[in-house]
Design a protein around this ligand. Sequence first.
Ligand SMILES: [Zn+2]
Ligand SMILES: [Zn+2]
Length: 289
Amino acid sequence: MWLTVWPVAEVVLRLEDLLFPSIAYVAVLSVDVNDEAVRIEARSTVAGFDCPGCGSWSRRVHSSYLRVPADVPSSGRRVVLCLRVRRFLCPVISCGRRTFAEQMPGLTRRYGRRTERLRSTLAAVGLALAGRAGARMARVFGLSVSRSTVLRLVESLPDPEVSAPRIVGVDEYATRKGRHYGTVLVDVESRRPVDLLPDREASSLAAWLAKRPEVEVVCRDRAPFFAEGATAGASQAVQVADRWHLWHNLSEAAERCVADHRGCLRVLAPDPAQPAPELEKFEDPSGSP
Ligand SMILES: [Zn+2]
Ligand SMILES: [Zn+2]
């Protein structure tokens, strides 16, 4: 059973603050509540809107329709948002767009099937949990969404603005191990990856570095394409071999050396289970008595 709340003047003010705290020009027309859902009917209060084709402002209403974007739940209830949207006539004859629908900035976007706040909520869930777990978590909140939608919303987020690192670490990463490699660039001071290049070509690294003259140190492995790229793109920077690769190379060299001298080491560190060999035996490799 639906319980209808008829907004009277002072309640309307509070309802709008409650339901659309960050939306500037919105009027709540009605709110209906039942056990599972809250149905909110609302409209924009601006007089006109800019044509997305030519930018001209128009207040000549052509028609109106109901738009029902999915929205975030309220107090554990599903929200059915019914927006009364006007379609305006473009005043410019030469504009290819005869009519256009208004948007409610901060709430809707063109062709958006979800409100902006639902998009950002799902994107935040996706950033924290990725697709599969994100979709499962969203279901707990009462939001039915597929994992591919969660990922798509994360992908559509603008890239965060990162300042150019002073010390940049360069290494390769595999999208398919043994088949396809790219280049990952890391801010060594913040220990965060700052960019990915689709290949591991010297020219790509050089182009990336050339756009960032603030780079003072390039920390890299000993691959020739990285050495070449760093020299070409950041001649001002000092190149250092990074610690991981130094240790890696050192441990490989140590392992090789130990393997080569296996025979000698066996003599010096005899297996405690075996009786100690008589050293005398080995002093004369000719085997003569
Ligand atoms: Zn126009
Ligand atoms: Zn040896």
